[in-house]
Design a binder for this molecule. Structure first.
Ligand code: DGL
Length: 273
């Protein structure tokens, strides 16, 4: 039995959709979530900059005593996963491998669409992984620059979001993809819009469920689970505004979100120094 918490981080709230699945899959574990809202969004930033942020947060969470780190952000996973795994002593799990795996298994015509932020498309980790798993599968990536700001806005289910999803779905439909990876942790929040635009015949792959399963398996295989007969807790840290995180965060987590603690960028920088 290992009583230490699991560390989870994202550029902001999106990773809460992944935390939600983790809390449902592993109700006996404790979680420490860090949302780097002061530096959100990561998606449009250059990869080396995202890598630096991910290193700072990884070092900070490790110093806080977590037993595993879950990078609940596709942009940060794309930019930094192998480097984090090299630099840290705890296991590091990202959101891309489980999705690539699920997509390759799900597709029947071997045409897979990818909707994601600029950083995730640019890094091409999905492309590499899909190729490793099935060199005959074809990936059609689409940069969806408008979606994260729309999802974080006051009206995530408005006409503007549907219009943007239709626009981004076009090249994927044109390529005849029967499976689409929603490669951004914000996207599960507008799941009904994707489902309506793509229709029932297209399989949508979200990171949250696949990733929670991977975390649970990693803890079990390494023998570092907490005891199964307890109910775990969860704590939140943000570099941004605590009240905004609390109110907006509840929408993503769909579970009560208590006090949010402040962490400064200077503290994160110091952890990596
Ligand atoms: N959470 C990020 C991701 O999954 C999206 C938000 C951002 O661009 O920071 O890529």
């Amino acid at each position: 039995v290992n009583k230490r918490p699991v560390g989870v981080f994202d550029s902001g709230m999106g990773g809460l959709t992944v935390l939600h699945e983790c809390l449902v899959t592993m109700p006996h574990e404790d979680f420490l979530y860090l949302g780097d809202a002061a530096r959100l969004p990561y998606g449009p930033r250059p990869l080396p900059e995202i890598r630096r942020y991910a290193f700072e947060i990884g070092a900070y969470l490790e110093a806080e005593g977590v037993k595993l780190i879950l990078v609940a952000c596709n942009a940060a996973t794309s930019a930094a996963l192998p480097g984090l795994q090299e630099a840290l002593s705890v296991p590091v799990v990202g959101v891309i491998t489980p999705e690539a795996h699920a997509a390759v298994q799900a597709t029947r015509n071997r045409r897979i669409g990818l909707l994601a932020t600029k950083a995730t498309v640019e890094a091409n980790r999905y492309g590499e992984l899909v190729r490793t798993l099935d060199a005959g599968a074809r990936l059609t990536p689409v940069v969806c620059a408008k979606l994260v700001p729309l999802i974080e806005s006051d009206d995530p289910f408005g006409a503007a979001t549907t219009e943007a999803v239709r626009e981004y779905a076009e090249p994927v439909k044109h390529a005849g993809c029967d499976t689409v990876i929603l490669g951004c942790t914000h996207y599960p929040l507008i799941r009904p819009i994707f489902q309506r635009v793509f229709g029932r015949d297209v399989t949508l792959v979200f990171s949250a469920e696949e990733t929670a399963r991977e975390v649970a398996e990693t803890l079990a295989r390494k023998g570092i689970e907490n005891s199964p007969d307890r109910e775990g807790g969860y704590r939140f840290l943000t570099t941004g505004d605590r009240e905004t995180f609390r109110t907006l965060g509840q929408r993503f987590l769909q579970l009560p979100l208590g006090e949010v603690e402040q962490v400064t960028i200077a503290q994160l920088e110091a952890a990596a120094a």
